[in-house]
Design a protein around this ligand. Structure first.
Ligand code: GLN
Length: 524
């Protein structure tokens, strides 16, 4: 039952084939059975069951709220949730119970969704592995897939199973693992440099970063306010469109959301490919791009061309500065954002309180990890009076150039850009942690970051399995606020590539292997 899409489970609820409470209970017990993935920080069992009962009552009375009524969802632990602990995977916010919910969370709840829990991440969403939070790393469900295991036995790249599990990517790795391992039907992530798309690609799910300004950031604990966007993780493109329809729209509590009303859309399966113009940015042939990902990217381009689309090489000359530019702008905004965590208003407060200054310093020393403290230091350096022009202002100017590259390409008739999402498939945790957080992010954000600089919508679609039996995703970047066009292309592509469903083999629940059918008998 859990292996179907949001749309399918919604139909099952409406037809009475399953009840919201039964569905919620199944998800909760599967979350417990897969606890070793470390995808969830908090399981909101009591409130989830209560929400499911309320939903059930609405179904009984025939007064359902919409497609999300009774649908179990998960939310990254950097969105505020009223009454439910919100930690950002940091000692600074451990035990913090927000008095209000983020607008996007409230919108999900208002539509009857059932909030199962809060998902794991890198501390304050700073990272690309979901390995740097206080609750420990998230394990990629594909580590336990038949596809990967069979290949690893053949290639003997797993000797010791337990020390060779794979990272999810990040920083929304908990949300990606939750959707990929069937413990929920959709999850919220956040995306500042790629944090929704990167883990989605590594976990074989769809990850959508909408246009900046389309969805409210109110209640999303900020990383880089000028680039943060709530992200949507689902098992297919259609599901992402459903969730987007619920979340999008102006929010008086977020002045950066646009006023124009958003019309939710249904995606068609048909596209007239001959009217489509796909751009292939030549600068995305980056060093470190794996030969399999490159081959897949070019196969995907052929697919469009064979269907009658125009496929054109384009140039985004300033994209290569996006990572270094991001380093300056991100840390500058981080330095300012993190000033609120001073031990006074909320969050951690050190017991070292000889003086206010000592208390501030000790609180921040104890509350933040090295990554966060390092970014605060860099940011304050870039913002020093004597450095401000050289670094911060210059980076702002480069950001404009990066954004203008996209404007030019779209002005010249390109509808969507097709690129890789990540350099390669994912790697084992033991390999991943050989490099520090900053080096990793610089590599991992290479194809995703520029869309955040430019505020453009982008989506990763799981495309094929690598030689190791692991997912590779490809990315489409669209014009600002043209989500319908972007998702239509993505859905067409999804239908063509027929990405194989994960076969979770090694996940045992009381001695029984869970998830072993291609399709649940329940729906066949
Ligand atoms: N990897 C990037 C960083 O560490 C992006 C993170 C994100 O998108 N939240 O800042």
């Amino acid at each position: 039952m859990l292996r179907v899409s949001l749309r399918e489970i919604s139909a099952a609820l409406k037809e009475g084939r399953v009840s919201p409470t039964e569905l919620c209970q199944r998800c909760l017990s599967f979350i417990k059975a897969t606890k070793f993935l470390n995808a969830y920080i908090t399981i909101a069992e009591d409130t989830a069951l209560k929400q499911a009962e309320e939903s059930e009552e609405r179904y009984r009375r025939g007064q359902i709220l919409g497609d999300l009524d009774g649908i179990p969802v998960a939310v990254k632990d950097n969105f505020n949730t009223a009454g439910i602990e919100t930690t950002c995977a940091s000692n600074m916010l451990k035990g913090y119970i927000p008095p209000y919910s983020a607008t996007v969370v409230q919108k999900l709840l208002d539509q009857g969704a059932v909030l199962l829990g809060k998902t794991n991440l890198d501390e304050f969403a700073m990272g690309s592995g979901s390995t740097d939070g206080i609750f420990g790393p998230v394990r990629n469900p594909w580590s336990y897939s038949r596809q990967y295991r069979e290949k690893s036995v053949q290639n003997s790249h797993i000797e010791n199973e337990d020390s060779n599990w794979l990272v999810t990517g990040g920083s929304s790795g908990g949300s990606a693992a939750a959707v990929s391992s069937f413990t929920c039907f959709a999850a919220l992530g956040s995306d500042t440099g790629g944090s929704t798309r990167n883990p989605a690609a590594h976990c074989g799910v769809v990850g959508l970063k909408p246009t900046y300004g389309l969805i409210s950031r109110h209640g999303l604990i900020p990383l880089v306010n000028s680039m943060d966007v709530p992200g949507i993780l689902t098992r297919c493109v259609d599901d992402a469109a459903i969730v987007l329809g619920v979340l999008a729209g102006h929010d008086p509590k977020d002045s950066t959301t646009v006023q124009d009303p958003f019309k939710p859309f249904e995606l068609t399966s048909f596209i007239d490919a001959s009217k489509l113009c796909i751009g292939i940015p030549k600068e995305y042939h980056a060093p470190g791009l794996s030969s399999e990902t490159l081959a897949l990217w070019s196969k995907a381009a052929d697919l469009f061309e064979n269907a009658g689309a125009k496929v054109i090489e384009v140039s985004l000359p300033h994209t290569r500065y996006s990572i270094v530019c991001y380093h300056v702008l991100c840390t500058a905004e981080v330095a300012s954002n993190m000033a609120r965590f001073d031990g006074l208003e909320y969050g951690h407060r050190s017991s070292m309180d000889k003086s206010t200054e000592v208390m501030y310093a000790a609180t921040r020393r104890e509350g933040f990890n090295d990554v966060v403290r390092g970014r605060i230091l860099s940011g304050n350096y870039f913002l020093l009076k004597q450095n401000y022009e050289t670094y911060f202002i210059k980076a702002q100017k480069v950001r404009r150039l990066i954004a203008n590259d996209f404007v030019n390409v779209f002005r010249n008739g390109i509808d969507v850009l097709l690129t890789p999402t990540t350099l390669s498939d994912t790697i084992p945790y033991v390999e991943f942690i050989k490099e520090d957080n900053r080096t990793r992010s610089a590599q991992d954000d290479i194809f995703t970051q520029a869309a955040n600089m430019a505020g453009l919508p982008a989506i990763t679609v799981p495309t094929a399995l690598s030689e190791k039996g692991l997912p590779i995703g490809l990315q489409f970047i669209g014009r600002a606020f043209q989500e319908q066009q972007l998702l239509t292309v993505a859905k067409w592509f999804e239908n063509q590539v027929k990405f194989p469903m994960i076969q979770l083999q090694g996940m045992m629940d009381h001695g029984h292997t869970i998830c072993h059918h291609q399709k649940s008998a329940f729906f066949s």
